[in-house]
Design a protein around this ligand. Structure first.
Ligand code: GLV
Ligand code: MN
Ligand code: MN
Length: 404
């Protein structure tokens, strides 16, 4: 029988870092090797394999009902910088495992089922998230990513073409045949582990906004410029970040804000930084509260800029509303957990997922399995093989009930 844990270790060899983690950024050689290896694995297991023009990879188990519609499962193949082996990868290999078991046990389904390895979800190379699922659902077009450059200045469109994708490359643009999407994923938090449960049924995914904030001061000599005459972009950015964090704590949970990336220019010990650029990621399960919080945080940023005599510009490059999962599918998953005797709970997701994009296009559900100590986006990410297997069994049964 196909073992999910082995497939995760195998997929983790593509883009493996020395510290046990994985870095597989969109359209890079390790990303391409992983997609090609997955395509080979899908074919080996009897799935019909196809890429779309953005680089999403699908393996298909053709249904007999001739309806032209399909049930989709899977997750993203890209990772964050120095991420773990499970985020995204689990949903893909679990989908492959489920389809292969279903075919072996029950033959061809009535409704077509596909497993997808989305090309991109993390926004780790280019300032654009969910390129895979927004392309597939038609919520984004090439125009939306035209301006996206990686830190080396390479345009997303150019990287896509170099990797062998782009307009017309595979004759598959956005799709309207997907009628249901189910994503299996590691929790990336510690609730299931702390409560000793093995399955989380996601009811809602948080809303998320991301910004790039550019602070313009004045570069000058670190030794000859008295403190009172400085327009230090690093100092101003630090004050902004402190103000953002203090205000976020004042507004209170479940609001969270993260400054995860920061650059100084010219980034030299003896030059007062003339420029500082940082990202801001803000999340809340309530869309209105999220808007209010972002307004308030950006107000603090502008206030600090005035106070410190620097210029600031803010650019929002991601805005995804919180969204509920389909009640019918969620109920089916709960029935399956009861029938299979699993310890489960319903829960929200604080992490962003491709399911968030699909939920406004078709019936969508998400299932979590525990993450050890709640650690994710880290080489230390880990889920016990027994939990991986429980998630696969829930997914397999859900697909059986939906497609056979
Ligand atoms: C995706 O992993 C996110 O929640 O940032
Ligand atoms: Mn992630
Ligand atoms: Mn993920």
């Amino acid at each position: 029988m196909l073992m999910t844990e082995q497939l995760i270790q195998w997929l983790g060899t593509f883009g493996a870092d020395e510290d046990g983690g994985v870095t597989r950024l969109l359209y890079t050689p390790s990303w391409k090797e992983a997609q090609e290896a997955l395509a080979g694995k899908m074919e080996e297991l009897g799935l019909a394999v196809r890429y779309d023009d953005a680089g999403n990879l699908c393996g298909r188990l053709q249904g007999t009902d001739g309806s032209g519609t399909c049930i989709l499962t899977g997750s993203h193949v890209d990772t964050v910088q120095r991420g773990g082996k499970y985020d995204g990868a689990y949903g893909i290999v679990a989908g492959i495992t489920a389809l292969s078991r279903l075919r072996e046990q029950y033959g061809m389904p009535r409704k077509t089922i596909e497993v997808v390895a989305f090309c991109e979800e993390e926004g780790s190379r280019f300032p654009y998230n969910y390129w895979g699922s927004t392309f597939m659902t038609g919520s984004a077009t090439y125009k939306d990513v035209e301006q996206a450059l990686d830190p080396q200045g390479v345009p997303l469109i150019q990287a896509m073409k170099q990797a062998g994708f782009g307009p017309g490359s595979h004759g598959q643009g956005p799709r309207s045949d997907v009628k249901a999407f189910v994503e299996l994923h590691v929790e990336q938090g510690a609730i299931l582990e702390q409560e000793g449960r093995s399955i989380g049924i996601v009811e809602q995914i948080v809303g998320l906004q991301r910004y790039t904030i550019r602070v313009q001061g004045e570069a000058n000599h670190a030794g000859t410029t008295p403190m009172a005459y400085r327009r230090d972009a690093a100092r101003a950015a630090s004050a902004m970040i402190m103000a953002i964090m203090d205000r976020t704590e004042e507004l209170g949970a479940p609001l969270v804000a993260t400054v995860g990336q920061m650059e100084l220019h010219p980034n030299t010990p003896n030059v007062i930084p003339g420029k500082a650029t940082f990202t801001l990621d803000v999340r809340h399960p309530d869309g209105g509260r999220l808007e209010e919080a972002c307004d308030s945080l950006l107000h603090m940023v502008r206030y600090e800029a005035r106070k410190r005599g620097v210029d600031v510009s803010t650019e929002r490059w991601m805005n995804v509303a919180p969204i509920g999962m389909d009640a019918g599918l969620t109920g089916m998953i709960e029935d399956i957990c009861i029938d299979q005797g699993r310890s489960y709970r319903r829960m929200p997701s604080g992490a962003g997922h491709d399911a968030q994009i699909f939920a406004s296009h078709c019936k969508t559900a998400m299932v979590f399995v525990p993450s050890r100590q709640g650690i994710s986006h880290s080489p230390l990410e880990y889920t016990e093989p027994g939990h991986l297997e429980e998630g696969v069994q829930v997914l397999t049964e859900l697909l059986r009930r939906l497609a056979y």
